[in-house]
Write a protein that binds this ligand. Structure first.
Ligand SMILES: NC(=O)c1ccc[n+]([C@@H]2O[C@H](COP(=O)([O-])OP(=O)(O)OC[C@H]3O[C@@H](n4cnc5c(N)ncnc54)[C@H](O)[C@@H]3O)[C@@H](O)[C@H]2O)c1
Length: 272
């Protein structure tokens, strides 16, 4: 990636800051070349503390600025009202929206025929362990595609999707997915306390179990099902627990229903 390229990051809340941290802290992108537009003073200060060039409003951006990418990281409900302030960057810049549910057609309605990429990252991008599903519109050229791919790959594994509608499916799996795992850790901790562990020990055991199991699933040559079998002794403790997790409605059905709900919400946000 050319170190002189400039990036505009619109919105520096939870996910915008996770991307900023990943780009600056893990990928070595010069922080000062990232122009953050964030109306909330405290969040602007947080971005400034990692070295970003911060602005309260798009009107403060330098007239001569020619960014390679404009990252839209505001809430879906805010996208329509803020877009026109960035129309002047169309053409050279690739617009990258991470807003859940908001279709490319919404961006094209304001920005016209310009490169627009819908990307769905997740929070572990802040430590370089994100996963990003992405889809580019027909106005994105090869150079813009390669540039955005490098930008996203700096904070996680990138999966380009064949159809835009699959971004909503990915949102329900990997965009929201970290919250499912955080909730799982909360539940495992509570269950640990219920069988006598201190809250502190239960939390440590739960977090390190999820971390270790995820790393093993990611690096071993075994499938998750094979790994599960390796942990499960016949008639042992794990089998006893799995009997509960697979009884009706089992964890599988609950996950299917939860993901379907997230997917429906992404579709609703398209028209909100
Ligand atoms: N949080 C996640 O894990 C996650 C993951 C993937 C995608 N997303 C998407 O990222 C977007 C942001 O989500 P979030 O969780 O970071 O929300 P957030 O509320 O934490 O951040 C949004 C930020 O945008 C700022 N903002 C509001 N109006 C603005 C404007 N006109 N110009 C510039 N900034 C403005 C707000 O002050 C806020 O700090 C959403 O569209 C969401 O769907 C979030």
């Amino acid at each position: 990636m050319d170190q002189s390229d400039e990036i505009v990051l619109v919105g520096c809340g939870n996910m915008g800051f996770a991307l900023l941290e990943g780009w600056v802290g893990r990928a070595g992108i010069p922080a000062g070349r990232i122009h953050v537009i964030e109306p909330a003073q405290a969040l602007r200060s947080r971005a400034a503390a990692v070295g970003a060039t911060v602005h309260a409003d798009a009107a403060e951006l330098p007239q001569a600025l020619r960014p390679r990418a404009v990252i839209i990281a505001v809430k879906p409900q805010v996208v329509r009202s803020m877009l026109c302030a960035y129309r002047r960057f169309g053409g050279k810049a690739a617009f990258v929206s991470i807003a859940a549910g908001v279709p490319i057609s919404t961006f094209e309605a304001t920005l016209g025929e310009t490169a627009i990429i819908r990307a769905m990252p997740n929070m572990p991008a802040s430590i370089g362990l994100g996963v990003i599903a992405a889809f580019a519109n027909a106005h994105t050229d090869d150079g813009q595609m390669a540039y955005v791919n490098n930008l996203l790959a700096a904070v996680g594994a990138v999966h380009w999707l064949a159809e835009e509608k699959l971004v909503d499916a990915a949102t329900a799996i990997s965009g929201s997915g970290p919250a499912y795992l955080f909730h799982f850790i909360e539940c495992l901790t509570e269950a640990g306390v219920a069988v006598g562990l201190s809250a502190e020990t239960a939390l440590a055991l739960a977090k390190q179990t999820v971390e270790g199991a995820a790393a093993l699933a990611g690096t071993s040559g075994f499938s998750p099902a094979e790994l599960r079998h390796q942990v499960t002794s016949p008639n042992g403790t794990t089998a006893a627990a799995l009997q509960v997790l697979t009884a009706e409605p089992g964890l599988s059905e609950l996950m299917t229903r939860a993901v379907a709900a997230a997917h429906r919400r992404a579709l609703d946000l398209a028209v909100a």
